[in-house]
Design a protein around this ligand. Structure first.
Ligand code: SAH
Length: 387
């Protein structure tokens, strides 16, 4: 008999509203093992669709299809093909980008990034883990990669009872892959870099920010120098700040690789560095703030808000009138309206007049799924200090 999961009316409402997840508290009955593709059944025993089931996570159900459609190898291939074709139509001027963005591509808990001829995959649920043979087959047929690496060391896997591991699933994957993003070249280590190697979600924001960059640039939370290297071309001087010695070494190597004579990397805590620069009376014409998610959960929102406010307030003070602040938050729990409020309060506290020039989000290769607010996580505001 087909594995099946019966959900409550509340769970059914969620699915009807466009969400793909049903929490364990809304599971009424489960005749299934972890990782199964299940028939999803609502009240009055109606078949709602087919979904991935997890016997560990609070997210017990992830919807794949509505109604009585089959989930077979052809299903996986068609979904992955749609994701791949969508990226082909974006005319992305880069050799590294996201090919599959989980829920945003109706492939819940599956992430696939492309780095040149190689793919880096994250399998983030029991269901995707079990479907990996079909997924790998579809990817090799559609993209013909030289290798596929599983970066399965993401913490969320623990919630699924899945092991932390990094392993080659297909072909070979080197520890240094050269990629290009617009005019910038990087060397990426898909085995050890943060996320799958690069912060691909910021590619289009780096591009957009370049239009405003001039004079002296400060790139706060720089990682491998992404913003600094893209923006330095139109600036006199760029300072890239990161707290990690490893990141700073990467920035220096990337700067040499791109033959940029005007970028300097500094190992420092951005909070301290902003205060120090203010004390010394320094000024910048362009400032980027791209911190890690300060709020990883709801309980952390208050502290995170204070953190965002502090760095934005100091950056606005350091900015020369007419200069631009490119400021980001990748905390899902601080939504766009909350982030806008933080920026408004920061400007008021800094005693400056500032205006929003652009409101941006994660790049188009990281699509948001309406009905799943969790897929909209990255906010990027470009703010001009007027006076
Ligand atoms: N802007 C980058 C991505 C930044 S990721 C890009 O476009 O690719 C966030 C970075 O912030 C990480 O490299 C991390 O090492 C760094 N970081 C975290 N806390 C920090 C702090 N308090 N001060 C400086 N850097 C910090």
């Amino acid at each position: 008999m087909e594995p099946r999961v019966v959900i409550s009316a509340r769970g059914e409402d969620r699915i009807a509203a466009g969400h793909l997840w049903v929490y364990r508290s809304d599971v009424v009955e489960a005749q299934a093992s972890g990782g199964d593709v299940v028939a999803l059944v609502g009240s009055r025993r109606r078949l709602l669709g087919r979904a991935l089931y997890s016997d560990r996570s609070q997210i017990a159900v992830r919807l794949l299809v509505h109604g009585d459609r089959r989930v077979d190898p052809a299903f996986w291939r068609a979904r992955i093909e749609a994701a791949v074709r969508f990226r082909e139509g974006l005319t992305i001027d880069a050799t590294a980008y996201r090919l599959v963005h989980g829920e945003g591509d109706l492939l819940p808990s599956l992430v696939v990034d492309r780095y040149g001829d190689h793919l880096v995959l994250q399998s983030l649920s029991q269901g995707v883990e079990k479907a990996l043979p079909e997924i790998i087959r579809a990817l090799t047929e559609l993209v013909a990669p030289a290798g596929i690496l599983a970066r399965n060391d993401a913490k969320v896997r623990a919630l699924e009872g899945l092991p932390q591991e990094v392993a080659v699933l297909h072909g070979d994957v080197p520890s240094a892959i050269p990629v290009r993003e617009g005019p910038v070249e990087y060397e990426v280590d898909p085995w050890k870099g943060q996320k799958t190697g690069l912060f691909l979600d910021q590619r289009e924001n780096r591009e957009a920010a370049a239009a405003y960059a001039r004079g002296r640039l400060l790139d706060g939370f720089s990682y491998h120098g992404g913003f600094a290297m893209r923006l330095a071309r139109t600036c006199d001087e760029a300072v890239a700040v990161d707290i990690s010695a490893e990141a700073v070494a990467r920035i220096e190597a990337n700067v040499r690789r791109n033959r940029l004579a005007n970028v300097r990397a500094v190992e420092a805590n951005v909070f301290d560095e902003l205060r120090r620069l203010e004390r010394e009376g320094e000024r910048f014409d362009t400032i980027v703030l791209d911190p890690p998610a300060f709020a990883k959960n709801k309980a952390a929102v208050e502290r995170a808000t204070a953190g965002y406010r502090e760095i934005n307030l100091r950056a606005l003070r350091l900015l020369s009138p007419g200069g631009c602040l490119i400021t980001c938050s990748c905390s899902y729990h601080v939504d766009e309206a909350a982030f806008a409020q933080i920026l408004y309060e920061a400007a008021a506290d800094a005693g400056v007049h500032a205006g929003v020039v652009e409101k941006r989000m994660q790049g188009r290769d990281h699509p948001v799924l309406l009905g799943v607010p969790e897929t909209y996580y990255l906010k990027c505001f470009i703010v001009r200090r007027i006076e």
